[in-house]
Ligand binder design. Structure first.
Ligand code: GAR
Length: 191
């Protein structure tokens, strides 16, 4: 049976691009929609070469049930947050139990919670002088970054690494693992 995924992003969209590229080769998985809360998000141009027109939504449609009804109607197998910065409300979590996953650019439970995203995370990791960082892919529950962990991967960092260098290392890990973890989850769901 064909599997359908819906992707949410707020920014640049390099993870969304990797996911689209990965599943372009796989006839059993369709990227059904790319949804963004930001009209100027880089993700919009990144998905065009895949024949995907990203859809921009506003805060009210996200919170008043309009977008939720639309996504429910399309009956996705998995909702993937790839650099999406708004909190999924209880209505979303209830509507899609164990069907919403998020990627976080650190080794949760470290560096999670409100305000901990993107560069903020990498700057905090550097400020603490950590020798390693990594990525966490986890289910989404009603608390920021607290859902059950599905996958983690680590990378070493050196004292010379500025936040930008840490971000680059983390992005490489994300691009390598995120599509494969999604593929694995879809396979498990099919069994
Ligand atoms: C990624 O590093 C992702 O882990 C992070 O935003 C970046 C988006 O990059 N997400 C969070 O910080 C969520 N708390 P991208 O737009 O290039 O995919």
């Amino acid at each position: 049976m064909n599997k359908r995924i819906v992707l949410f992003a707020s920014g640049n969209g390099s993870n969304v691009e990797q996911i689209c590229r990965f599943f372009e080769q796989d006839a059993t998985v369709t990227v059904q929609a790319v949804l963004t809360n930001k009209a100027t998000a880089g993700v919009i141009n990144r998905v065009k070469p895949f024949g995907i027109e990203a859809e921009v939504f506003d805060k009210s449609s996200f919170t008043d049930g309009t977008l939720l009804a639309q996504v429910k109607n399309s009956n996705p197998d998995l909702i993937v947050l790839a650099g999406f910065l708004w909190k999924m409300g209880a209505d979303w979590v209830k509507a899609f139990p164990k069907k919403i996953i998020n990627i976080h650019p650190a080794l949760l439970p470290n560096y999670g919670g409100k305000g901990m995203y993107g560069e903020h995370v990498h700057r905090a990791v550097r400020a603490n002088g950590d020798q390693e960082t990594g990525i966490t892919i986890h289910y989404v529950n009603e608390q920021y970054d607290e859902g059950a962990v599905i996958f983690q991967a680590k990378v070493a960092i050196s004292p010379q690494d500025e936040a930008a260098a840490i971000a680059e290392k983390v992005h490489q890990l994300e691009h390598r693992h995120f599509p494969e973890v999604i593929a694995q989850l879809l396979k498990i769901k099919a069994e």
